[in-house]
Design a protein around this ligand. Sequence first.
Ligand code: WTA
Length: 648
Amino acid sequence: MKKFPTSSEFAAQANTNPEKYAQLYQQSIESDESNEAFWAKRAELVDWIKKPTKIKDINYDLDDFRIKWFEDGELNVSVNCLDRHLVDNPYKPAIIWEGDHPSLHKIISFKELHSEVCRLGNAMRKMGVGKGDRVALYLPMVPEAVVSMLACARIGAVHTVVFGGFSAESLASRIVDSQAKLVITADEGVRGNRYSPLKTNVDRALDVDGTECVEKVIVVHRTGNSVPMSGRRDVWYHTVIDNSNEDCPPETMNAEDPLFLLYTSGSTGKPKGVVHSTGGYLTYALSTFRDVFDVKEDDVFWCTADVGWITGHSYVTYGPLANGTTTVMFEGVPQYPTWARIGQIIDKHDVSILYTAPTAIRAMMKEGDAFVRESNRESLRLLGTVGEPINPEAWDWYHSVVGEGRCPIVDTWWQTETGGILMAPLPNSVDMKPGAAMNPLYGIKPVIVDSDGVELEDAAAGNLIISDGWPGQMRTIYGDHKRFLETYYTTYPGSYFTGDGAMRDEDGHYWITGRVDDVLNVSGHRIGTAEIESALVSHPAAAETAIVGMPHELKGQGICAYVILRHGEEDSERLRGELNRHVRAEIGPIANLDAIYVVDALPKTRSGKIMRRILRKLAAGEFDGLGDTSTLAEASVVDDLIKTVKSA
Ligand code: WTA
């Protein structure tokens, strides 16, 4: 297997080395006391109003379940991201914002960001929003998104960011579940010169039953195209900012108070509101950001994720800003105006660390090297990936073409639930293997188990669980603690179940092999098959459906739908187009159906369970070796399916 040592250029300035990593890792997991001491030390990176005296209280026994970190500590996250940097570095850029069109950019210093956050915090307080109230953010990648997150943190409100690519229906269900009091949105979003009707979607969402909780809507003026404003409910962002002062005392928060909710897909049912804490989450986002990205004072850090995802929370907003690092926010897409854009932005803003998703790397790679070579990328020193396994070809290309062989790549594995990165080859700690997340971060204890929960030692493949805890771990599912315990702490008693499979090789390095549940990973975005199925059968022509993932050259995984039509409906290209549009409208464009097969029956066991294994194989174009089909209620179904898929 090919291994890539760290370039000598990088090694010469790296924050760690193999011996240091091994020593500190060992120390961080050796015993309960040393683990606790390690986290106590990490908590010193945070400015506390009241320093915690209790570090960790974890019990995964379902009778007496507890997850508490720094439980008697008090702090304010916005103070950590802003105020504390004003002493030495008030004019350092906090956000470099690059607009959709290359002619647009804005540089916002920590002082300016602080002032705007305080103004918005005061305006929200005046509207009656306070500690513990939920605020839904439905925004494009504009600085106001970060301002809104931090303004919530300042006054103790709990934000729930809803990705701007989600539909009005998806927004409504998140508002209903979280019972948000306030929504912050924009007139429109712009990506790749295409406009999305955010305010109109909010209006539609607020027509849905159960959204009466929303008292006010603050609207950012982004494109200036006219949007309906409803008299008492809707107010312009710039008006509320102009009418507020910048003296906004931060709310004192307990470490265990929630900082935010973020909805993510599970293998069953509706998306769940993952709850993250104030003290533990901040400690974890802050310290993993330092460790994984080898951070230095003058770094310009660019994470391309949208703030609507956990990656945007931890590594666009909280991790960098809590460290006082300049964070780049990009509103647009890699292909607009041309595929040279990513390189141009790196040169324009002297980006030193680029953190992006394999799906974007594959798309750029497909367009050829010439676009990337339009830039010189001399400022780059480190690369990162996140969200899905990276195939070795894409890794190689990222390393040799984008990073010109001198930049290490951190392949970071983690989840919405984990709050921050759990595994990555820390820069200069190990020779990198393309496609492997390699090593656990400090304090993290991964375990591979078989389906009976028996721990597998040495080189092995199985399900990935994490024993013990870490400060960034999720605390509950909003409003459904029972589902939280069932989903994560029941399958393998005493450990957190990740839902991922993993392999440990002869050298002890970890490779994530993908989800072992019914969650798909499309372009690095999580989406549950159950969610898509319920959206699809809400179309009047669809009677029954099964969704599975299929290999997709660019997206990693595509969505494949098998549909049984209602009596009297006939298969046609037009109908299939309509079914796809329906699902996209229900969930959002990320739920695009890449293949639709209209079938007469689904392969079911005698007990009525759909054999997804067969459907997945067929969707991947594998018609032989379908495995044991003896439990099928009707064996002929498979032959019919093969015919349908082959003739499509
Ligand atoms: C997958 C994104 C392989 C994994 C931060 C996980 C990865 C899911 C990697 C979480 C990686 C994330 N290599 N697979 N480096 N990073 N995944 O919640 O299946 O959107 O469970 O969090 O993405 O996706 P989520």
